[in-house]
Design a protein around this ligand. Structure first.
Ligand SMILES: NC(=O)c1ccc[n+]([C@@H]2O[C@H](COP(=O)([O-])OP(=O)(O)OC[C@H]3O[C@@H](n4cnc5c(N)ncnc54)[C@H](O)[C@@H]3O)[C@@H](O)[C@H]2O)c1
Length: 451
C-alpha cells in the first residue's frame, strides 16, 4: 500500500506527526552520526547493542555496566562488528553518571533491572540529553511514573519505552485493520504476558536458562534481580507487552484514556513447585514464600467505553502466548487460535477464517517497506523497528513514536494493580498523565512507512 493511501485510509491527519513544543529545532548535519550511550549491556542490552552497531547512522560511544562478564560479551560484540570500541564505564552502580558527564551523547539506551530505570531516566534527562530509550517499566511506584513525566516535561526531553510488541507483524496488520474500520468500533480488548519464566527466574548462576534453582546473589542475568520482584510484589508485574498494542488499538492518550482498573490474583504455587521439582524439598529456596500470584488478571475501563482484560501468567507450565483479542462491533481477531471473524465478510457465518489471509492483505506499510532490514533482528524482527523509530526521531529532532505519556500509562499498571490487590480487589483510578491533553492528541504511532 502506498504511503498516501495508508494515511487516507487511516483517516487521521498527518498533522499528528508534526513537530510539537518538545522538539529541539537545532539543525543537524545530514551526515552526522547519532552518538549513543548504553547503560546495562546484559542479555537484553547486548541485543540492542548488536542492532545499533548494524546501523551506519549510529556510533556507540559509551557503554556502562557493573558486570565484568556482561562487559566482556558486549566488547566481543563490538569487536565482531568491526566498529570502534566505545569507552567503557564500570566500577560501581553510579558509573553511568560519569559516562553522562564525560561523553557527548545524543541518546541513551537503558537496559538495566527495573528498579534502576527511574533514576537512570531522570539522571540522563537532567544531564541535558534529550532522547532516552528505556527498556520496559519506567518505575516501580506510581510516584516514580509521575517523576519521570515531570522531568521529561520540565527538560523538554523524549522518553521512549521500548515496547517492541507494538511492532509485531500480526499486531501491526491488525492495527491497520482497526484503523480502516474492518472490525467496526472497538468494544473489548484482551492481551497480557503469558510466558513460563520459571527457567528465567531461576538458574545455576552460570547459564541463563534451563539449569538450577538459584536466584538473587547466586543467580545470573534476570534470576539475579527479577525474581526478587516475585518474592515481594503481587500484581501485574509485566503489563507492557500486552497493553502497548492494545493502547494503540484503543488510541489511549490519543483521544481516549484508561479510567480505572481492578486486579485479582490467584494463589502462588508455580515457583515453589518448580524449586522442589528441580532442586529437591531440602533446597534452601524451597522455604521462600513468593508473594506473586501465579495468574493475575486486571480489568481496565476506558473513557470511550471499551473494556480491557490483561493477564500476567509467568509461573506455570504453558506455551508462550500474549493472548490478544481485538473485538469490535463487526468482528474480532484472536491470536491464540490465529483466527479472524468479520460479519458479512468472513467465508461462513459463525465460523473463523484463518487469520493469515487477512494479515497478509493488511500487512502494515512499515513491514512492507522494511522487512528485509528486520532479518536477524530479535523477537521475529520487531526489535529492528523500535531502535529504528528511536534513531530516526533523534535524526529528525521530532517526537519518538511512543512517548513518555504512553510509557507512564502502560508501565503504571503494575503499581496500580498491586494497590488494587492490596485493597482487596478494589477498583482504583488510573491517573491521567497527559493532564487533559489526551482529548486533543491525535494518534501518531506508525502512521506512515517511515518509522
Ligand atoms: N522488550 C523485551 O522483549 C525484553 C526482553 C528481555 C528483557 N527486557 C527488559 O530489559 C531490561 C534488562 O533485562 P536483561 O534481560 O538484559 O537483564 P540482565 O540481568 O541480563 O541485564 C541487566 C544488566 O544491567 C546491569 N546493571 C545492573 N545495575 C547496574 C547499574 N547500576 N549500572 C550499570 N549497569 C547495571 C547488570 O550488570 C546487567 O548486565 C529489563 O527491563 C527487562 O525487563 C525486555
Amino acid at each position: 500500500m502506498k504511503r498516501r493511501i495508508f494515511l487516507k485510509n487511516a483517516g487521521i491527519a498527518a498533522a499528528g506527526m508534526a513537530v510539537t513544543p518538545f522538539s529541539n529545532l537545532l539543525a543537524r548535519p545530514a551526515d552526522a552520526k547519532v552518538r549513543m550511550g548504553m547503560i546495562g549491556v546484559g542479555l537484553r542490552g547486548q541485543n540492542h547493542l548488536e542492532l545499533l552497531l548494524r546501523r551506519n547512522d549510529v556510533e556507540v560511544v559509551g557503554i556502562c555496566d557493573v558486570s565484568d562478564r556482561m562487559l566482556t560479551s558486549a566488547k566481543g560484540i563490538v569487536t565482531k562488528s568491526g566498529k570502534k570500541m566505545p569507552e567503557i564505564f564500570t566500577g560501581d552502580n553510579y558509573a553511568w553518571k560519569t559516562m553522562l558527564e564525560k561523553t557527548k551523547l545524543d541518546g541513551i539506551v537503558i537496559a538495566t533491572p527495573w528498579e534502576w530505570h527511574k533514576d537512570m531516566i531522570i539522571g540522563t534527562i537532567e544531564s541535558g540529553i534529550k532522547y532516552v530509550y528505556s527498556e520496559v517499566m519506567i518505575g516501580i511506584t506510581l510516584e516514580d511514573h509521575w517523576d519521570v513525566v515531570k522531568a521529561a516535561e520540565k527538560n523538554k526531553a523524549h522518553v521512549m519505552m521500548l515496547e517492541n510488541v507494538c511492532y509485531r507483524r500480526d499486531v501491526m496488520a491488525v492495527l491497520n485493520m482497526v484503523r480502516q474500520g474492518i472490525f467496526g468500533e472497538m468494544i473489548h480488548l484482551q492481551g497480557g504476558y503469558q510466558h513460563d519464566l520459571r527457567e528465567v527466574k531461576f538458574n545455576d548462576g552460570v547459564n541463563a536458562y534451563g539449569h538450577g534453582v538459584e536466584f538473587g546473589e547466586k543467580g545470573f542475568s534476570e534470576a539475579h534481580w527479577r525474581t526478587e520482584h516475585s518474592v515481594h510484589r503481587n500484581g501485574d508485574l509485566y503489563p507492557t507487552h500486552g497493553i502497548g498494542p492494545i493502547a494503540q488499538y484503543a488510541n489511549i492518550n490519543h483521544g481516549n484514556r484508561f479510567l480505572s482498573l481492578c486486579s485479582f490474583s490467584t494463589k502462588a504455587r508455580g515457583l515453589h513447585n518448580h524449586i522442589v521439582k528441580q532442586g529437591g524439598e531440602n533446597h534452601p529456596n524451597a522455604k521462600v514464600n513468593f508473594k506473586l500470584g501465579d495468574v493475575v488478571t486486571t480489568s481496565i475501563n476506558c473513557a470511550n467505553g471499551e473494556t480491557i482484560l490483561l493477564q500476567h501468567d509467568t509461573n506455570l507450565p504453558r506455551p508462550y502466548s500474549l493472548g490478544f483479542r481485538v473485538q469490535g462491533t463487526e468482528g474480532l481477531w484472536m491470536d491464540v487460535n490465529k483466527s479472524i471473524y468479520v460479519q458479512d465478510k468472513s467465508a461462513k457465518a459463525h465460523q473463523w477464517d484463518e487469520a493469515k489471509e487477512w494479515l497478509d492483505k493488511y500487512d502494515h506499510p512499515l513491514w512492507v517497506r522494511w522487512s528485509k532490514e528486520t532479518e536477524g533482528a530479535g523477537h521475529g524482527g520487531m526489535d529492528f523497528f523500535v531502535i529504528h523509530g528511536f534513531i530516526e526521531s533523534i535524526k529528525r529532532k521530532t517526537n519518538t513514536p511512543m512517548d513518555v505519556y504512553d510509557a507512564a500509562a502502560w508501565s503504571s499498571i503494575t503499581p496500580l494493580s498491586e494497590k488494587s490487590i492490596e485493597l482487596g480487589n478494589q477498583t482504583v483510578e488510573v491517573p491521567d498523565f497527559t493532564s487533559g491533553q489526551w482529548m486533543y492528541r491525535k494518534p501518531t504511532f506508525s502512521m506512515t512507512d517511515d518509522y
